[in-house]
Design a protein around this ligand. Sequence first.
Ligand code: SF4
Length: 178
Amino acid sequence: MADYEELKQMALDSGFSHVGDLDVDTIELKQEVRDMCSADKCHAYAKNWSCPPACGTIEECAKKVHKYKRGILLQTTGEVDTMDIDDIMELAADHKEHYDTFQKKVRKQYPDAMIIRDGACTKCKTCTYPDAPCRFPNELFHPMEGLGMLVSEVCQRNNLPYYYGPGTLTYVGCVLIE
Ligand code: SF4
């Protein structure tokens, strides 16, 4: 069995502000969350193997997710001026850096872990979708919403706050371990 206390410490050492246990049975993938992807606000819809529609139907995604039973939730919280895009982008860059550091360590110890982040896979400068197969199928990572997860609900069901007060913003992801 994985050592979750060690994993959570590793996550904090990688820079995340908050970490928590994740019971995968609490995750319910929702079609209405997937439907929001098609509005393409993040400009990744139908442009990346990790996102809808390429990541599969909601049933196919549920099969991938529910192969797992346990994981951990990862958050980067910061104080930002939510009207200042530079502030928001800076926090997003911090979250990415924490993930990049943590992901490398996790992949070494748990090569079958499923990495789920806050946005489309950015491993390559330009995704090969749809012209060629994914360059790194074992290293791509999916976005929570792209799989159909309602991020606030996943946090709440696992007793981890999602909102840390006025003037704060929190980026969230998770890693499914076993
Ligand atoms: S690893 Fe590269 S090709 Fe594969 S989904 Fe990520 S960005 Fe696209």
